[in-house]
Design a protein around this ligand. Structure first.
Ligand code: HXC
Length: 511
């Protein structure tokens, strides 16, 4: 009977939807976690999900696995839309064999990754897995490596986003590690290469899974993750918000969204943002919020290397990546962590045609043995390299200090900055006045009056933007209150910028 045949499809679908069964679904909920399908529902626009490979099962016959072959094999895959824009998604189902990765589970993921690259849409991976399926041995490892290879090939072609929503251990961490953004859910996710038991055996350190690889560890200490969220619902909502800023692939411009914020809006409060005393900090985020359309700022790596700020805003509806020194933390200096953080962000922006806005208030690089021994030379060079190779529109505003090598690094004119602005409060020099006079007039150090005069002379000469402006290194000195307007107009003028680097296989950025 025809109706029976149709009914069979419905029954099989219903069976697949139940994953590992009600008991395991309840256990998942009891841990405060949603199921793989519930997560997809929250991530995508209503009714937009098109599932593939619902009926795929593994082909393992070892350890009695032939009697335990649930439809879908522990991962739900397909595509759907986020605010009308296409994304591919895979969502590991912990209720089915612990979401473990078999050869066929991996094939399902590879299938949607291949389609994503071919059709030019982001890949979003919702990770919740016990790792390589133990019963499958090397077949599972092979499956992982197939995913890794695709992560690498897709890098810079389509945005890849990973959300860690459960365990993610061993070699399994390396797929998310190669994606553009990693988000974690607080208290219910962890990532580590070797778990607490192995750590105890090898190094005798006693550490919990949460301490070793929880959201706090990876957003504050290791910088492996770009953001941490309270629960599954918040994490998925924030991924939607991020997707709205991103282009679908590297051949497309970022989306232009409707905006309701006057591009000519003046912010008089910015005229007094920089304090009278050059050593007093102020919050650079205020400038970012007051520049952005509707004050909307999507921060990346908010809790790591807080001396530099990275994230996305919109200007006239268009996505712009922001990099800004933060005078509130370590006086906004560059160091190993902040250089790495910003370099990776700049390279993401450049790969995906996102213009870069840089706000500069940097007293230089952080001195110290820990910095030098840690390789600040190479890490600082990452940021320099990233800015210098970037061909997207680059607009820079120096609000206060731009000293020494850090002046060069922070998207200066000399690194092909397209529009380099400075506020009247800018100080562009090799170093601060005090340090400079102590070197230049060492013999007068015993005479405080003389030194004070020398310092004053140096400040009068260099503690301003005009020496640089006279040379054309600063294109224009602008009023702080008109920053939004000036910067928006600059990006508008750069919309059809064309700049290409010489042909090469790839560069050799100091890693
Ligand atoms: C097969 C697995 C599995 C795995 C979990 N399960 N991990 N099945 N292969 N890797 C199954 C369990 O048997 C169980 O089945 C169900 O999933 C839920 O697991 P529980 O242990 O009951 O859940 P929980 O107590 O929450 O613990 C979760 C866990 C634990 C911490 C992830 O399951 C665990 O330690 N699993 C093994 C992790 C591991 O060693 N993976 C391989 C490492 S190598 P039932 O039927 O009882 O529900 C690796 C690296 C990849 O992953 C290499 C890539 C290069």
């Amino acid at each position: 009977m025809m109706t029976d045949i149709l009914q069979e499809l419905e029954d099989r679908r219903q069976d697949a939807r139940m994953g590992g069964g009600q008991k395991r679904i309840d256990a998942q909920h009891a841990k405060g976690k949603l199921t793989a399908r519930e997560r997809i529902e929250l991530l995508l626009d209503e009714d937009s999900f098109e599932e593939y490979d619902t009926f795929v099962t593994h082909r393992c016959t070892d350890f009695g696995m032939e009697d335990n072959a649930p439809a879908g094999d522990g991962v739900v895959t397909g595509w759907g839309t986020v605010n009308g824009r296409m994304v591919y998604v895979y969502s590991q189902d912990f209720t089915v064999l612990g979401g473990s990765v078999s050869a066929t589970h991996a094939q399902k993921i590879c299938k949607i990754m291949d389609m994503a690259v071919q059709n030019g849409a982001p890949v979003i991976g919702l990770n919740d897995s016990g790792g390589a399926r133990i019963q499958e041995g090397v077949d599972a490892l092979a499956g992982y490596a197939e995913i890794f290879q695709r992560n690498i090939m897709a890098s810079g072609v389509v945005p890849q986003i990973s959300v860690i929503m459960g365990p993610c251990a061993g070699g399994a961490v390396y797929s998310p590690a190669m994606t553009d953004f990693i988000f974690m859910v607080k208290d219910s996710s962890y990532m580590f290469v070797t778990g607490p038991d192995v750590v105890k055996t090898v190094t005798n350190e006693q550490v919990t899974a949460e301490e070793l690889g929880g959201a706090s560890t990876h957003t504050r200490k290791s910088s492996v993750a770009d953001g941490a969220f309270e629960n599954d619902v918040e994490a998925l909502a924030e991924v939607r918000r991020l997707v709205d800023f991103l282009p679908l692939n590297n051949r497309e411009k970022p989306p232009v969204r409707p905006f309701f914020d006057d591009v000519n809006r003046l912010e008089n409060s910015l005229d007094t943002l920089v304090p009278e005393n050059a050593n007093t900090p102020y919050d650079m985020k205020e400038l970012i919020h007051k520049t952005a359309d509707e004050g909307d700022f999507y921060e990346i790596q908010e809790d790591f290397a807080k001396n530099i700020i990275t994230g996305f805003i919109r200007l006239e509806g268009q996505t712009v990546g922001v990099v800004a020194n933060q005078p509130m933390v370590l006086a906004g200096c560059l160091d190993i962590d902040s250089s790495r953080k910003a370099a990776r962000f700049v390279r993401f922006c450049d790969a995906f045609e996102v213009p870069i806005l840089t706000f500069v208030d940097v007293p230089g690089f952080l001195p110290g043995t820990s910095q030098e021994y840690g390789g600040v030379i190479k890490h600082g060079a990452k940021l320099l390299f990233a800015y210098g190779e970037a061909t997207v529109p680059k607009v820079t505003v120096i609000t206060r200090k731009a000293y020494g090598g850090a002046y060069d690094v922070m998207a200066s004119k000399h690194l092909r900055g397209d529009m380099n602005y400075a506020w009247p409060t800018a100080e562009i020099a090799v170093m601060g006045a005090k340090g400079a006079t102590e070197i230049l007039y060492r013999s007068e150090l015993g005479d405080p009056d003389k030194i004070a005069k020398r310092t004053k002379d140096y400040e009068d000469r260099f503690a301003n933007p005009f020496v640089a402006a006279e040379r054309g290194f600063i294109d224009e000195v602008i009023m702080p209150h008109s920053t939004r307007k000036r910067v928006s107009r600059a990006f508008a003028a750069l919309r059809s910028k064309k700049l290409t680097n010489p042909w090469k296989k790839h560069d050799n950025i100091p890693l």
